[in-house]
Design a protein around this ligand. Structure first.
Ligand code: ACO
Length: 280
């Protein structure tokens, strides 16, 4: 684990459980509603690095222990105590937090946020960084910054306008009103909401779908969605041609040719209905 000036080594603020190629990564400060403090933020860098190389991990699921996904930034440790150490400490804390969210956004493998409970403020950042998100209907979301006198920073305002309409982003930012998992799905903040007792099974089933696909193609496809959002149509077309050609080179399994062969020659599957069979 990387030693970090503002955090002591810790292994249990984040736990990892492997199960059939899913790494269940759990923010583990349940007594503090999984608020993100500097130790947790530093630890998440190492966790993500480890998962990139670990063959037990084909999909990362990010979730929280206990009643919360995450209650956002730790108001005591991330804000008050860090600010007391001066501006450089603040920058370092921001770098660590923003850094792991960015690493997660461009992670090599597919990622799913499993929102099991409270999800406030800064927690919208890792939520957005995950490729997909499934919430418990009972989960409770809020852009609560306004309630204690700050604006939603750390890219939360950006996340809101990326995912919601401007009216909705404005409404929840200015009122701080909370909403449940069903509403989060209606707002397109998450893909869907299911009852809490079905949450893990639904996420597992979704992960299994992803695990059937070519992993190199998944990485190219998810990056493409984030990249083209900021491009003109012409730039996007060019980018997608080049990205596919780079994928042809990077995918040493020759997936694209194999996919065509299994459909056209072998007639062993239908691409409209599922993925081609990859060697184990
Ligand atoms: N920062 C620091 N400590 C926190 C945070 C947080 N964001 N959230 C919860 N805690 C701590 C509480 O201080 C308390 O600690 P204590 O046991 O030492 O007193 C413990 O976690 C439990 O919190 P309660 O408020 O007692 O838990 P409850 O279940 O009643 O309420 C809730 C949960 C609604 C999440 C509440 O804790 C809360 O409002 N937390 C803050 C949410 C928030 O606004 N986060 C900041 C968003 S803005 C941003 O992230 C930049």
């Amino acid at each position: 684990m990387t030693q970090h000036p503002q955090s002591s080594p810790s292994t249990d603020v984040v736990t990892i459980e492997y199960d059939r190629r899913v790494a269940w990564v759990t923010l583990n400060r349940p007594d503090k509603r999984n608020a993100m403090n500097p130790v947790l933020n530093a630890r998440m860098h190492d966790v993500l690095t480890e998962q990139e190389d670990d063959v037990r991990c084909g999909v990362v699921v990010l979730t929280g222990a206990g009643e919360a996904f995450s209650a956002g930034m730790d108001l005591k440790e991330y804000f008050r105590e860090t600010e007391a150490k001066g501006p450089m400490a603040v920058r370092r804390a921001q770098r660590d937090a923003y850094g792991w969210w960015s690493r997660l956004r461009w992670f090599e493998k597919p990622t799913i946020a499993m929102v099991n409970g409270w999800c406030f403020g800064g927690a919208f950042a890792p939520l957005f960084s995950c490729d997909l998100a499934i919430a418990a209907e009972e989960a409770r979301f809020g852009v609560s910054e306004i309630n204690w006198g700050i604006i939603p920073g750390g890219n939360v305002t950006k996340v809101l306008v990326e995912l919601m309409s401007q009216r909705e982003a404005m409404y929840y930012t200015l009122t701080g009103e909370t909403f449940d998992g069903r509403k989060a799905a209606a707002l397109k903040l998450v893909n869907e909401a299911v009852p809490l007792d079905q949450l893990r099974a639904r996420v597992r089933a979704l992960a299994d779908v992803l695990l059937e696909k070519n992993p190199k193609t998944l990485k190219a496809a998810k990056d493409a969605i984030r990249r083209v959002t900021e491009m003109t149509v012409d730039a996007a077309q060019d980018y997608l041609v080049v990205r596919q050609e780079s994928l042809n080179f990077l995918d040493t399994s020759g997936g694209r040719k194999e996919g065509i062969k299994q459909f056209i020659d072998d007639k062993s599957y239908r691409p409209g209905l599922g993925a081609y069979k990859r060697p184990d």
